[in-house]
Design a protein around this ligand. Structure first.
Ligand SMILES: [Zn+2]
Length: 120
């Protein structure tokens, strides 16, 4: 089993107890980050960022599925999570990024308002 720290990619870690769901928890020896050892497949953050960037460009989730190779359900889940996260806690004063996020919000909003799945 190969484990890597999601923050610093170190492979040096020790066990850090069991979560209440029965998953092994690990702590990175290098940076102290703790994380779970989940069984479901992982998609690296680069792939996720690429999918989100394409979505923000106006590409449909199903098109992203073909281009990036992840399911459109994953793509839509990430988009929803991004929006929810930003809605809960607005990003710090990085104003350039706020503009981009606003554009994505309005894009996601217009998709939601449309009923059914149009041909785009
Ligand atoms: Zn680490």
């Amino acid at each position: 089993m190969t484990l890597q720290c999601p923050r610093c990619q170190s492979a040096q870690m020790r066990k850090s107890g069991i979560s209440r769901h029965g998953h092994q928890r690990w702590m990175c020896k290098a940076c102290g980050r703790t994380f779970g050892d989940k069984n479901h497949r992982r998609i690296d953050s680069q792939t996720r960022d690429k999918a989100l960037a394409l979505y923000a460009e106006g590409m449909s989730a199903r098109a992203i599925e073909r281009v990036v190779g992840v399911s459109h359900n994953s793509v839509l889940g990430w988009v929803r999570k991004e929006v929810e996260d930003y809605a809960l806690k607005p990003p710090p004063a990085a104003e350039q990024q706020v503009v981009e996020i606003d554009e994505m919000w309005s894009y996601v909003g217009s998709k939601k308002n449309r009923s059914g799945c149009g041909g785009g």
